[in-house]
Design a protein around this ligand. Structure first.
Ligand code: ARG
Length: 457
């Protein structure tokens, strides 16, 4: 290394401008644990294969373990002249063990080294996201079971459509989040491929045992193409997409929490622990957690857009543009995982106004489809039934009353198939009737919650 820390000292004479140092510095300070683990595995393999003297390999491993302790104790000073975490660790190793440190970078380039660290970091973030999703989905299953028979209005176009249960509504989010969890597992699988051994781009002229390194670092397989292995950041984009999709789901849930907490809906009260007040309006209680989660979906969509834009048009193999990759996935993880955690804590604390939701479920002609279905079951084609009930709705609307408040004679005049039992159609009977797999009937909701929980295991 040159005096200013550059690893390419031989080729260069002048010092690097301090603006260049600052401009080119990496965003990878938090990744030391992965880089050290990768270097330890690499050094062991080099010693094992006789590529470097085994005694030097041992010294490197011990030295790196000491460097790891220095990081753990928070003793490491960041030196702007050392470009990234890889060069920092190598410089610290040299302070520990002197000359043998120079053998660590044998058969390795920072291009495959950084690809390795990225993959280890994204893999760990996938695991964090998967664990946080499991907790949140578990919470949603609990709530769904508790509210499996509690009616609320179901909406399309934000107009009251048909009665559903609160449990069924919540489980819709459970399904979305389960897909998200699968996406993280899938992303992890494609991330978990060892790139080390690819060198700068062409491979390495040493008898490497890449499988040995893969085993030590927990990689499923090794890469088959050294150019792709050093240039590929698909796994970063996939991770950012999985984060963005998950946050978009939470943003939709947030929007509903915000609406439901408004006086206009009045479906829930925000728990004090997850709400904020206003500095001017004493009566206010705001759903700021949900609003921030909704707002941060925009940030995550930005991270995804950023990495895709960085990759677009980038020639093979490594280009320095790729250094920006860490910013995207680290930011994505830092937004998503706390969002998942706070939702798992907040959802059970929401105080649903179940009587008000029940009441709203029956208003606004939400049972019109059930009345049409009543006629269908007596033999009428659905289209005709739809027209007849449509006329009854119009009549009720002009009288400012609900369908159940129309006199039975009006039903009879609309169709002789109507019997007095049509007035026995209720929110509860409507919900109970939707007794198909995936439907809102309470036993089906309980069943769906059970299935979802089983898929989490
Ligand atoms: N700091 C770089 C990154 O994070 C790694 C160095 C890449 N190699 C190079 N030739 N500049 O992507």
């Amino acid at each position: 290394m040159s005096t200013d820390g550059r690893t390419w000292g031989g080729r260069f004479q002048g010092q690097m401008h301090e603006l260049t140092q600052a401009y080119t510095a990496g965003l990878d300070r938090d990744l030391w644990e992965f880089d050290i683990a990768g270097s330890i595995a690499h050094a062991r393999m080099l010693g094992h294969q006789g590529i470097i003297p085994p005694a030097d390999a041992d010294a490197i491993v011990r030295g790196l373990e000491n460097v790891r302790e220095q990081f753990r104790r928070g003793e490491v000073q960041w030196r702007p002249e050392l470009e990234d975490i890889h060069t920092h660790i190598e410089a610290l190793l040299r302070e520990q063990i002197g000359e043998p440190a120079g053998r660590l970078h044998t058969a390795r380039s920072r291009n495959d080294q950084v690809a390795l660290v990225n993959r280890m970091a994204v893999r760990a973030l996938c695991d964090d996201a998967t664990a946080a999703l499991r907790d949140l989905i578990g919470v949603i299953c609990d709530l769904a079971e508790r509210h499996a028979a509690d009616p609320m209005p179901g909406y399309t176009h934000l107009q009251r459509a048909q009665p559903i249960t609160l449990g069924h509504h919540l489980l819709a989010y459970g399904e979305m989040l389960l897909r998200d969890r699968e996406r993280f597992a899938d992303c992890r699988r494609r991330t978990n491929v060892l790139p080390l051994g690819s060198g700068a781009l062409a491979g390495a002229p040493y008898p490497l045992d890449r499988e040995m390194v893969a085993r030590e670092l927990g990689f499923e397989t090794i890469s088959r193409n050294s150019i792709d292995a050093t240039a590929d950041r698909d796994f970063v984009a996939e991770f950012c997409f999985a984060c963005a999709m998950t946050q978009v789901h939470l943003s939709r849930l947030s929007e509903e929490i915000i609406l439901w907490a408004s006086a206009e809906y009045g479906f829930l009260r925000l728990p004090d622990a997850f709400a904020t007040g206003s500095s001017i309006m004493p009566q206010k209680k705001n759903a700021d957690v949900a609003e921030l989660a909704r707002g941060r979906a925009g940030r995550l969509i930005g991270e995804l857009t950023g990495i895709l834009t960085t990759l677009k048009g980038l020639p093979l193999a490594y280009n320095r543009d790729l250094q920006e990759d860490k910013g995207y996935y680290l930011a994505a993880g830092r937004i998503l995982i706390p969002t998942l955690q706070i939702f798992a804590a907040m959802l059970p604390a929401l105080e649903f106004d179940l009587p008000r939701m029940r009441q709203a479920a029956g208003q606004g002609y939400a049972l019109a489809t059930d009345i049409a279905d009543y006629l269908v079951k007596k033999g009428m084609p659905f289209r005709e039934a739809h027209t007849i009930v449509g006329r009854l709705v119009r009549e009720a609307e002009s009288r400012h009353c609900e369908l159940a408040e129309l006199p039975f004679e009006l039903y009879r005049a609309a169709s002789t198939l109507f019997e007095p039992d049509v007035l026995a159609i209720t929110v509860e009977s409507s919900i109970a009737a939707r007794d198909v797999p995936g439907g809102t009937a309470p036993p089906r909701v309980r069943d769906a919650a059970r299935q979802l929980r089983a898929l989490l295991a």
